[in-house]
Design a protein around this ligand. Structure first.
Ligand code: ATP
Ligand code: MG
Length: 555
């Protein structure tokens, strides 16, 4: 379905029709390597990479690595891996840190032109002079210090002669601008921390605003797309460009779109980091995390994530998208792709008294009704099978269509059975159900008995032919619909304390052929993916999503 063009595409089209050379279009995706990418980033990735595809333009992956204290090579590697996994190839891998020399040169030029100065006040003093949106700020006593003095101090900052916070370099713009960000912003500060790439070369680091636009310009990015919170930064972006742009070159244009916000989760790298560091999850790729790596381990596919962000759309105003839309997208995708099989999560033994003791039957079951090419597989049926504990009730309520004494159900792909008796342990717990079966009712045999309608069909696994499995079932990590509103200190109170449940059950023998990251539909239950914690003898599955939306029912 062509929903028409989004507003960013309209902006680009207008630029093209007013003479912008199409071959000069260029985009970038600019993460800071201070954490793993999350579902919100998928939106920015898809937006930029799809624009590049659509317009036949180049796109860079650029790391905005200006805060060495928070950044790490681990994050750089994870980000590259995640973008590739989504199916995108970038033209160039760039780093803002590759431009540190040039950015420094330009900063010195600014000082020489009287457009920047070293301020020797504390950050508190500087903040006190900022004013308010309705009240102009006041000028620093160092604002008019001689150019040579600033140059000398800046050189000393660079050499590492000063401690963090002793001096900063500020652009000299205006202390009375109605845009607070224009009130002589800091552009360089001293940081005594090794950088993941430049190591110990630098003692001063450029601020994000100074770096970002200039990096766009250096790379000749034509359309620099960012999220709405950067809108007030646009004046500054333009002011910084004005200082360096050569008219013969492309002048990047910043435009803003709404962030993707998802209910019941947070999309802030720093808050996600606090979950990892606080031990609330097993790591960045915990299957409950909204990170790309967590979603991947949970069983989400690149196609489902792309479908999700595309359906959510590119808007100019913030909104919150329901988690159920994300779940809908993965369900649709896996329904087409996944083979079905049977897994009993909480087993109850069922014995068929009139079935021959030593008989084993090989049944052929269809792998995926949505995909004839998926073929079929053999499943062993036997006198003793496991069914789901929750599929038997001794005293069922009305309209209970599963197994109960005297009632008939079909064992999927096999026979119609009738419960005759139960065996209990000394505490009165049911440990076994004894049934009889109708030998003429075999599925697909064409006999009149096989066409008899019974109300329920249960999945099952033979006691003789199976694979023990561990199932990890997840619930939402946050009970609160908008945990993003919670502060760091309160975040814990928004967490769902029962977001993981572990089951030990049995699956069809077929599962012994499965590989890590293979996805299946476990019939009547949902979609599951084989987890990376699995070993040769231990088959562990993460529940991706249930077959239907259970959350709505529960709440
Ligand atoms: P975080 O607060 O999670 O660290 P960020 O905006 O600081 O997010 P960056 O690594 O700087 O993260 O972001 C890279 C790009 O992704 C930026 O262009 C940013 O605007 C975009 N982005 C980040 N979060 C979202 C989101 N929730 N929805 C859409 N785009 C996003
Ligand atoms: Mg950021």
């Amino acid at each position: 379905m062509d929903k028409g063009k989004n507003f960013i595409e309209q902006i680009i089209d207008e630029d093209l029709s007013s003479g912008f050379d199409k071959s000069k279009l260029q985009f970038r995706f600019p993460p800071e390597p201070n954490g793993f990418l999350h579902i919100g980033h998928v939106k920015a990735i898809v937006l930029n990479f799809e624009l590049a595809k659509k317009y036949g333009a180049k796109i860079n992956l650029r790391f905005d690595d200006t805060n060495p204290e928070n950044e790490d090579q681990i994050y750089i590697d994870a980000i590259k891996n995640d973008v590739s996994w989504l199916g995108y190839k970038w033209d160039k891998e760039c780093y803002a840190s590759d431009y540190f020399d040039l950015l420094h040169e330009w900063a010195v030029e600014l000082i020489n032109k009287g457009k920047a100065y070293v301020d020797s006040q504390t950050s508190l003093e500087i903040a006190d002079q900022k004013g308010t949106p309705t009240k102009p700020g006041s000028e620093s006593p160092f604002r008019d210090r001689p150019i040579e003095e600033s140059i000398e101090l800046f050189l000393k900052m660079k050499k590492g002669d000063f401690k963090q916070g002793e001096h900063v370099l500020r652009a000299k713009i205006s202390m009375s601008s109605s845009n607070m960000l224009m009130r002589d912003p800091v552009i360089y500060r001293v940081i005594n921390s090794p950088h993941p790439r430049t190591k110990n070369t630098w003692k001063i680091y450029p601020m994000y605003d100074w770096t970002h636009g200039e990096s766009d310009y250096i790379e000749q990015v034509s359309h620099s797309l960012c999220t709405l919170e950067f809108k007030p930064h646009r004046d500054l972006y333009d002011w910084f460009l004005d200082q360096v742009v050569d008219k013969a070159k492309i002048r990047p244009k910043q435009r803003e779109f709404a962030r993707l916000n998802l209910s019941h989760t947070i999309t802030s790298k720093r808050k996600l980091l606090s979950l990892v560091e606080g031990g609330f999850v097993s790591g960045w790729d915990d299957p409950r995390m909204p990170t790309i790596s967590g979603l991947r381990r949970r069983g989400y596919t690149p196609e489902s994530l792309k479908k999700f962000v595309t359906t959510a759309g590119v808007a100019k105003r913030e909104n919150i998208i329901e988690m159920s839309l994300l779940e809908f997208c993965i369900r649709e995708d896996l329904n087409q792709k996944c083979n079905r099989l049977m897994v009993v999560q909480a087993p109850l033994k069922l014995t068929i008294s009139n079935y021959p003791d030593d008989q084993k039957e090989e049944l052929m079951l269809i792998n995926n009704p949505e995909n004839p090419e998926a073929g079929s597989r053999s499943v062993i049926f036997s006198k003793e099978v496991y069914i789901e504990k929750t599929d038997f009730l001794e005293d069922p309520p009305k309209k209970y269509f599963r197994l109960s004494p005297g009632c008939e159900v079909r064992l999927k792909g096999a026979y119609i059975i009738k419960a005759e008796d139960v065996i209990k342990d000394s505490d009165g717990n049911i440990i076994e159900v004894v049934c009889t079966y109708d030998p003429k009712s075999k599925s697909g045999s064409g006999s009149p008995e096989s066409q008899r309608k019974v109300k329920g069909t249960l999945h099952w696994v033979s006691c003789y032919s199976n694979v023990p499995v561990e199932i990890r079932e997840y619930d939402r990590l946050f009970e609160h619909p908008s945990p993003g509103d919670f502060s760091y200190d309160d975040l814990e109170s928004a967490i769902n304390k029962e977001s993981i449940k572990i089951f030990n059950g049995f699956g069809e023998q077929e599962l012994s052929n499965s590989a890590v990251m293979d996805s299946f539909q476990f019939q009547r239950k949902g979609y599951y993916i084989k987890d990376t914690d699995s070993t040769q003898d231990k088959h562990i599955f993460n529940k991706t999503v249930s077959l239907r939306d259970n959350w709505k029912k529960k709440n």
